[in-house]
Structures are given as structure tokens and as C-alpha cells.
Design a protein around this ligand. Structure first.
Ligand SMILES: NC(=O)C1=CN([C@@H]2O[C@H](COP(=O)(O)OP(=O)(O)OC[C@H]3O[C@@H](n4cnc5c(N)ncnc54)[C@H](O)[C@@H]3O)[C@@H](O)[C@H]2O)C=CC1
Ligand SMILES: CC(=O)C(C)=O
Length: 266
């Protein structure tokens, strides 16, 4: 006989790519919201991941650090099973892990294209489906949330393959929302703008090289297009994901929403 999770137990979340940057910000925000949080990242990020879990536990919430490569179905399935076994259920899954490559379409090899798609799109597909199978088995509904980007609406120069992967996340989010609505699962994505993380350090370096600028000048140039006048912080994204993970967003599904300080208007 399957034991159904208790409705009064704390809500639980899984966040991938949580060893640093936006993922860490989301994990810490969800813990502050009162959820028990499993943080996941690549094995190479084990030390940082353990630090995030320790920081969450200091706040009085339960935390679990699990290494997983989101491009592997064995890993994403094991992640969900491990967390469901440990916490008793999975209520929220944030498919945040992603990589960026700065490259023109003509300079992108098929292998490099596949690598970007593997992490950013296949990884989200494997994450969404692993989470949905668990939530459907639980019979509790749930919140599945993905990392898209403003470039899922309009590409940035030299981020073509990356933009295509994020357009894919928008499409997958819509399809998943349609398929799983009957199970009480909502599926939405967040579309940040220019967030000051390791990812943008890399983008700045490569764009600066391509445009003959000094390090730090490319991000400064792009930041001039932000209406609110400052680069985004992981906490800005996390505040919106907190809403998507909460019951306040129960009537919202299939949306990929820009949270970018006003780079693009919709
Ligand atoms: N930084 C930005 O300006 C923006 C970021 N995003 C998206 O937000 C998400 C988080 O971005 P950041 O925190 O800025 O990036 P980041 O590079 O600082 O962190 C990404 C994390 O994902 C992990 N990761 C990479 N490949 C993985 C894999 N195969 N399996 C598991 N984990 C893996 C990395 O180890 C890292 O800890 C990404 O999906 C990114 O595309 C979207 C829009 C803007
Ligand atoms: C990395 C990324 O998605 C942007 C918009 O900069």
C-alpha cells in the first residue's frame, strides 16, 4: 500500500544548479519561506553545495545536498527518488541548472550546440518529467518551475544557441502545463535579464573580447538598457520564484515571465 504524504508536513523543494548564483539564491529564499530544501549540482560543485545546505540548516529548515548531472536521466530520477525518500514528498522542483556559451551561429560546432541543448533543454525535460512522475504518484499536485531567460523572447548577439535552448524551455513549459494541469501541477518559467553571477562574468569576458572592450565593460554596456538602472541580483529572481512556488500562484500555469528590471516590455 502506498502511504500518502501528510498534508501538514512542511512543503519541500528541489533546486538544481544550486551551488551558486541564482540557484543558491532560490534555495535560500525557499528555505526562508519555510520549505525544506534539497540542493543539487554537479559532483565538481560538492563543496559549494554542502555549504549551501549547511547555510539552510542554520536557519532551522531541513536541507539535503545531492549531486546530479541534469543531462543524465539516471541522475535526475535518482535525485527525485532520493529527496522523496528523505523528505517524504516533493512539492516544488526548480529546474535552474544551465550553461551559457558566447558564440556566433557560424562559429558554433554541432558538438557545442548539442552541449548547450543537453544542459539547458534536455536537462529541463528530464527534470520536469522526473518531478511530474513523482508528483502524480503522490497525488498531491505540485509546482514545477524552469529557468528560461529574456533571450527566450529576443536573442542577444552571440548568444544564439543559448537563446534557442531557452526558447525551447518556454515551449516545454507550455506543453508540460497543458499535460499535467489535470494532476494539479502548475508549470511556469522565470526569465531573468542580466544577473550578476559567474555566468555573466563569463559572458562579459567573451563579449568584451569580441567587441574589443576591457573586462567589465560589456556588462556595463548591456546594463545601460535596464530601465531600473542596476544589474539584477539572484534575490530579485528568487523573490519571483518564491511566488511561483507558493499557493498564491495556483491559478497561473504555462507562463514564462520576464523579471529583468525593464530590459524588455511585454
Ligand atoms: N545570469 C544571468 O544573467 C541569467 C541566467 N539565467 C539562467 O538562470 C540559471 C542560473 O544561472 P546563473 O546562476 O547565472 O548561472 P551559474 O553559472 O552561476 O550557475 C549555474 C549552476 O548550474 C550548474 N550546472 C551546470 N551544468 C549542470 C549540469 N549538467 N547538471 C547540474 N548542474 C549544472 C553549475 O555547476 C552552476 O552551479 C541558468 O539556467 C541560466 O541560464 C537566465 C537569464 C539570465
Ligand atoms: C544569460 C542570459 O540569459 C542573459 C539574458 O543574459
Amino acid at each position: 500500500m502506498t502511504t500518502q504524504p501528510s498534508a501538514s508536513a512542511p512543503r519541500t523543494a528541489i533546486v538544481t544548479g544550486a551551488a551558486r548564483g541564482i540557484g543558491r539564491g532560490i534555495a535560500e529564499r525557499l528555505a526562508a519561506d519555510g520549505l525544506d530544501v534539497a540542493v543539487s549540482d554537479l559532483p565538481a560543485m560538492r563543496t559549494e553545495l554542502d555549504e549551501v545546505a549547511a547555510a539552510i540548516e542554520k536557519t532551522g529548515r531541513r536541507a539535503l545536498a545531492v549531486t546530479a548531472d541534469v543531462t543524465s536521466q539516471d541522475d535526475t530520477d535518482a535525485l527525485v527518488q532520493n529527496v522523496a525518500g528523505h523528505f517524504g514528498k516533493v512539492d516544488v522542483y526548480v529546474a535552474n541548472a544551465g550553461i551559457a556559451r558566447v558564440t556566433s551561429l557560424l562559429d558554433t560546432s554541432p558538438e557545442e550546440f548539442d552541449q548547450i541543448m543537453d544542459v539547458n533543454l534536455r536537462g529541463v525535460f528530464l527534470s520536469y518529467t522526473a518531478a511530474a512522475r513523482q508528483m502524480i504518484a503522490q497525488g498531491t499536485g505540485g509546482k514545477i518551475i524552469g529557468a528560461a531567460s529574456i533571450v527566450a523572447y529576443r536573442p542577444f548577439a552571440l548568444l544564439g544557441p543559448y537563446s534557442a535552448s531557452k526558447w525551447g524551455v518556454r515551449g516545454l513549459t507550455q506543453a508540460a502545463a497543458m499535460e499535467w494541469a489535470a494532476h494539479g501541477i502548475t508549470v511556469n518559467a522565470y526569465c531573468p535579464g542580466i544577473v550578476g553571477t559567474a555566468m555573466w562574468e563569463l559572458i562579459d569576458e567573451k563579449l568584451a573580447q569580441a567587441e574589443g572592450l576591457d573586462k567589465g565593460q560589456a556588462i556595463k554596456k548591456y546594463a545601460e538598457g535596464i530601465a531600473l538602472g542596476r544589474v539584477e541580483e539572484p534575490a530579485d529572481v528568487a523573490a519571483f520564484v518564491s511566488y511561483l512556488a507558493s499557493t498564491d500562484s495556483d491559478y497561473m500555469t504555462g507562463q514564462s515571465v520576464m523579471i529583468d528590471g525593464g530590459i524588455q516590455f511585454s
